[in-house]
Design a protein around this ligand. Structure first.
Ligand code: UD1
Length: 372
């Protein structure tokens, strides 16, 4: 009998792609998801994109009874259920702590009673804060948070004490966390709690630190979605993308398909147990480059990005992944190039706009009594 895998939060962006990846490899997939209206809309229902072979339990990971029920007959668990807005976590502190920290605690207590062969938890690059830097003499450096004064002066980049520029380098898992949001703190908590309980109760556990994920099914209704989807939506509505700072900040944009593959490998690789992995593309692009590339794939290079020189409080300057560990231990190799990934994202976004118009049109017809 094929292994049965539970994905908490499996109706969401990353979880649903993971479900596809696992089903394609012959696993049975069960999803526990509360279909949060912020992601799934005001009248939440099973998302159309969720494969028909996925068994869905609509329920909350904080509900002990529900979690116990979901764990019956399950061989492995992916814990992806979480509230995911960095900015929002800074005012909905109780909600983020409740869903992310307590939700994980409830799941872990249930797992102590009903252990599984593997637990994989979704963590985030956000826990690094700024990425790792190198001085002109080649020494590695960690830095803190830029001051408001510095940002007001449009002094975006990091420099050493003697004012020489610091160069960003790929960030490895060994970089100490620098937690700058309640969200980042909760992700760190989730991964530590899972690894700790996993170790104590012999549940082989793996934590995956995702970098900036993108791809079809990104929750566009969620105002906390990433820059790629924001730029694409602006271009599709004939608006120029707005770039914060000078646009030279660098990130690691990783395709959701590569994330799904890395997560499957985390289940199938015995040596992954007890470890933490960065999951990125291994490439870094500036926000300016990304704006250009997405305008190109959408055929809207006429809509040049506006470089505002404004800044978002709490933004980091550079962070991109060192994926050497995932490569060597998991045998992970990113397969989706940025251009292929953006082309597909753009095609999907165009379809989304069409669907929205269709929904609106049907509602208008219905309101006028023109449909049955
Ligand atoms: C943050 C989180 C990350 C989360 C991601 C998406 C941190 C350190 N990381 O990443 O965990 O997965 O959000 O929710 O908090 N930008 C523009 N114009 C825009 C929007 C954004 O120039 O219209 C710039 C931002 O200033 C930033 C870069 O694009 O420099 C990336 O922003 P974003 O996509 O929000 O992600 P992160 O801040 O990297």
């Amino acid at each position: 009998m094929a292994q049965k895998v539970l994905i908490t939060g499996g109706a969401g962006f990353l979880g649903s792609h993971l479900a596809d990846e696992l089903l394609a490899r012959g696993y049975r997939v069960l999803v526990l998801d509360n279909l949060d209206p912020q992601v799934h809309g005001p009248q939440p229902k099973r998302p159309d994109y969720l494969d028909a072979d996925v068994e869905l339990i609509a329920g909350d990971v904080r509900d002990r009874g529900m979690v116990r029920h979901a764990l019956r007959g399950v061989d492995a668990v992916y814990h992806f259920a979480a509230a995911v807005g960095v900015g929002q976590s800074m005012y909905e502190v109780v909600h983020y702590t409740d869903v992310n920290n307590r939700g994980t605690a409830v799941l872990l207590e249930a797992l102590i009673e009903q252990p599984v062969e593997r637990l994989v938890v979704a963590s985030s690059m956000s826990l690094y804060g700024e990425g790792l830097y190198r001085t002109p003499t080649g020494a590695l450096r960690t830095v803190g948070e830029r001051t408001l004064d510095q940002l007001r002066r449009a002094d975006w980049d990091w420099r050493a004490e003697d004012a020489t520029p610091l160069a960003p380098v790929p960030t490895p898992e060994s970089k100490a966390p620098a937690l700058a949001s309640v969200y980042a703190l909760s992700k760190f908590d989730q991964e530590r709690m899972c690894l700790m309980i996993g170790r104590a109760y012999h549940i082989p556990t793996v934590a995956m630190r995702f970098f900036n994920a993108y791809g079809p099914r990104q929750a566009l209704s969620n105002p906390y979605t990433g820059v790629l989807a924001i730029f694409a939506s602006r271009l599709l509505n004939a608006n120029r993308p707005t770039i914060f700072e000078d646009g030279c900040q660098r990130r690691d944009f990783v395709s959701v398909y590569d994330i799904a593959r890395a997560c499957r490998l985390a289940l199938e690789t015995p040596a992954a147990a007890g470890e933490v992995f960065n999951v990125g593309s291994g490439n870094a692009y500036t926000v300016r480059e990304i704006a250009q590339r997405i305008a190109y794939v959408l055929g809207r290079e006429d809509l040049e990005p506006e470089i505002t020189g404004k800044y978002r409080a709490g933004d980091i300057r550079h962070c991109f992944a060192d994926i050497a560990k995932a490569r060597s231990v998991l045998g992970f190799e990113p397969q989706v190039s940025i251009d292929a990934g953006l082309t597909e994202l753009a095609a999907w976004l165009e379809g989304q706009a069409a669907v929205d118009r269709v929904a609106q049109a049907s509602a208008e017809l219905a309101a006028r009594g023109l449909t049955v």
